[in-house]
Design a protein around this ligand. Sequence first.
Ligand SMILES: C[S@@+](CC[C@H](N)C(=O)[O-])C[C@H]1O[C@@H](n2cnc3c(N)ncnc32)[C@H](O)[C@@H]1O
Length: 231
Amino acid sequence: MSWRATILTLFPGMFPGTLGQSLAGRALEAGLWQCDAVDIRGFAADRHRTVDDTPFGGGAGMVMRPDIVDAAIAASEDERPLVYLTPRGLPLNQARVQRLAEGPGVRLLCGRYEGIDQRVIEARGAEEISVGDYVLSGGELPSMVLLDACVRLLPGVMGAAESATEESFAEGLLEYPHYTRPAEWRGLAVPPVLLSGNHAAIAAWRHAEAERITRLRRPDLWASSAQAATN
Ligand SMILES: C[S@@+](CC[C@H](N)C(=O)[O-])C[C@H]1O[C@@H](n2cnc3c(N)ncnc32)[C@H](O)[C@@H]1O
């Protein structure tokens, strides 16, 4: 049984979307993962297929109803983790992606409007995950971000040429910079060590660059990587 993603959404037609192209798309075609989008509106009970209502306590916008969302979750119930994509969640990181990719798959809950009634999120034990400190109009793009990150780690998806072992976050650091031909472009030369053929010197330069860039751009990552090194 391949890794399976079920996306609960008001816009099932958005899937697989960009995930139907390139690496993830080829893997989908090859059966290395499965993607089913479930229309939450299909669980609405009234004639107008209403899924939202006004927020208790007042305020702008609409909130997705817990009873409708709960029925949609119940229809896809199994052992896979349930994730609600929300800017209020914990930030997605490579460690979480790795663990999700090692499991049987994931069920993703996409909000719209002001979001989903909190009671169903808690009653169903959904994990709340954010893809960044900005607000998008729905959970579909965040779901695609999470899925793309997971799918590329599934066995057989990436070839040796696209190895995940040296990339950003693999060792708690951002990755070193890359260069290719021509060796000189617009008067700009590539760092000479990369042309030296000295593998030990190249590895040392890359490691130093990874450390430098992480310290400069992501002091938070640098602090936790330094902390991990002392434990
Ligand atoms: C307009 S947003 C709701 C924002 C919410 N009122 C807030 O301020 O936190 C609608 C939906 O988009 C999704 N969404 C928006 N930004 C997101 C982010 N940064 N990470 C994950 N999901 C996000 C969530 O599913 C959310 O329920």
